[in-house]
Design a protein around this ligand. Structure first.
Ligand code: F6R
Length: 369
């Protein structure tokens, strides 16, 4: 059942190109526009939406953080994202023009379910992004967009995360398409680029041996930091979460710009720091800023592990280890930059002798609040 792999997690990491392709299947029309009639929310209802609120937990929350960048950019609708367990206890402001998006692989996470119930009581429309057919969260939502990752068995979420990202991009692009924004041409180009994502992910998977080797060499590290900017920030948080849950190591993901406001004090000789570098094309200011962040931490002794786009030479002089990913547009980079972090955590945990499919203290589906 593990299809020749030692662990479900390895199998599920390898299945990501297919999971992403399956999640796109049938959702892009021959004219290059999205066909999401399955949402069953009318175009006029979508045009009335004046706020999007995303609720989710853990890895799904990181997908939601990335969705916020995409939704606000392509639709200009304000978007908030919050961990489901905090959301309803702070009396959030919701009404019938609010679209709440609940993201959940299992569809049974109690915190997320309680958040969506609260949202519906306030009159908001709830759209579920879910991987499990007929589970409670989609059943209780107004609409659902299923991810087609197939069953995810390993406790640590991998392929479900990438398909959650795809679903979030689809929703963001669809909202943009329906509402007609000035980004119309960009939206069409990104829909097209999404179609290339499975190939890009495959390319990353084929070059993971040096990442595994690096992970094994870090089995005795006490702590690993992860830095990112823009959509690379949630990716950094996801990389840190994977390492905590699988390798039982101290790991933190930070927004690189926050370094100087505190975390830089943690940097000491030999501390491994993983940096997710935004594309040098597109919003190049982000790229320049992160290059100086890498210089700053390296000057203080950090061992820099840099994830950067193919052809980005500016980072090379400051990278102790350089992990290459294919060039993508700024917002889609998480589809490729997350993959080395999954492989890294899985290999490091295995090197420490941990059971990666079944980490201690964790359950696949958390049905208590
Ligand atoms: C991390 C992980 C958890 C889940 C979280 C939400 O690898 O798997 O953080 O992402 O418990 O679960 P779902 O998506 O089922 O609501």
């Amino acid at each position: 059942e593990k299809g020749g792999y030692d662990y479900f997690m390895l199998k599920e990491i390898a299945e990501q190109p297919k999971a992403v392709a399956d999640t796109l299947l049938g959702r892009i029309g021959t004219d290059g526009r999205l066909t999401l009639d399955e949402l069953r929310i009318s175009a006029s209802d979508l045009r009335r939406v004046d706020k999007v609120v995303i609720v989710a937990c853990g890895t799904a929350f990181h997908a939601g953080m990335i969705a916020k960048y995409a939704i606000e950019h392509w639709t200009r609708i304000p978007c908030e994202v919050e961990v489901a367990s905090e959301f309803r206890y702070r009396d959030p402001i919701l009404d019938d023009r609010t679209l709440v998006i609940a993201i959940s692989q299992s569809g049974e996470t109690m915190d997320t379910l309680m958040a969506l119930r609260h949202a519906r009581e306030q009159g908001a429309k709830v759209l579920a992004i879910c991987n499990t057919n007929g589970s409670t969260i989609p059943r209780e939502s107004d609409a659902v967009l299923y991810t087609h990752a197939g069953p995810e068995v390993a406790v640590a979420s991998t392929k479900a995360f990438l398909t959650q990202l795809v679903a979030c991009y689809l929703v963001a692009l669809y909202l943009g398409q329906v509402r007609g924004t000035k980004w119309g041409d960009e939206i069409l180009a990104v829909i097209k680029e999404l179609g290339d994502a499975p190939t890009h992910i495959e390319q990353v998977l084929e070059t993971m041996e040096p990442v595994r080797e690096l992970a094994r060499s870090l089995a005795d590290a006490k702590s690993v930091l992860f830095l990112g900017r823009h959509v690379g920030f949630p990716v950094a948080m996801e990389g840190a979460l994977k390492l905590k849950e699988l390798a039982y190591m101290h790991a933190e993901g930070f927004a690189a710009g926050e370094l100087k406001h505190g975390p830089i004090a943690l940097i000491e000789e030999g501390l491994p720091v993983v940096v997710v570098v935004p594309s040098p094309r597109g919003r190049s200011i982000l790229h320049d800023k992160i290059v100086s962040n890498i210089q700053e931490i390296r000057a203080r002794g950090a061992r820099t592990i840099v994830i950067a786009e193919e052809g980005d030479e500016a980072v090379a002089p400051y990278a102790d280890h350089l992990i290459r990913i294919p060039a993508t547009s700024t917002l889609l980079q998480p589809l490729v930059s997350t993959v080395p972090l999954q492989v890294f955590a899985c290999e490091l945990a295995t090197a420490k002798g941990h059971e990666v499919d079944q980490p201690r203290n964790l359950a696949k589906s958390v049905t208590v609040e």
